[in-house]
Design a protein around this ligand. Structure first.
Ligand code: ZN
Length: 180
């Protein structure tokens, strides 16, 4: 088990924290119950933890990059204080109409992570609540887990979405990850 080859790519809103619909202030951060112990387990098992989030609120002019970075600094700080070291947070700031290469399900953020941390994407896992997360993982050749938090139940109802695993929360997803 080579530590540096595998990572769990996590969606942010609806997976780690409550989806506040264009969250634009740190006081809106609400980490789901069970997320911290789950992340600890994943990390302890030798996985890197990388967050990848679409933040079109920036492209829509609702959120500034400076504020997003402040939100992420605070999120990282809360997790760190609770014993969880996040390796990276990538974000796509673009409006969907910009047709960028980094907005999930496009591969930009996965490829960036793979390059920076020398990951084998086949050994990586994407966890998210949204259709775009599952498609992101599929496009990148990772395994995929759909969590039923956030928009998860709606995504589950979409028969076109076929994740490798379905978990009610990140807590139960961690169990499956540790079995891989
Ligand atoms: Zn983008």
């Amino acid at each position: 088990m080579k530590k540096e080859k595998k990572a769990v790519f996590l969606d942010r809103d609806g997976t780690l924290i409550k989806d506040a619909h264009y969250l634009n202030h740190p006081n809106q951060i609400q980490i789901y119950k069970g997320v911290i112990p789950a992340l600890k387990k994943i990390k302890k098992a030798g996985w890197r933890i990388i967050i990848g989030t679409n933040q079109s609120a920036i492209g829509r002019g609702i959120l500034s990059v400076v504020m997003l970075q402040k939100i992420h600094k605070i999120l990282i700080g809360i997790l760190k204080k609770n014993g969880v070291q996040i390796d990276e947070i990538f974000f796509c700031p673009h409006h969907p109409k910009e047709n960028c290469s980094c907005r999930k399900p496009n591969l930009g953020m996965l490829l960036k992570g793979a390059k920076k941390y020398q990951l084998d994407l086949k050994k990586c896992i994407v966890v998210g609540d949204n259709k775009c997360d599952i498609l992101w993982g599929k496009n990148g050749g990772t395994k995929t887990i759909l969590v039923l938090t956030g928009k998860g139940r709606k995504t589950l109802a979409d028969s076109k979405v076929k994740p490798d695993h379905i978990s009610s929360t990140l807590k139960t997803a961690a169990k499956w990850i540790l079995e891989q």
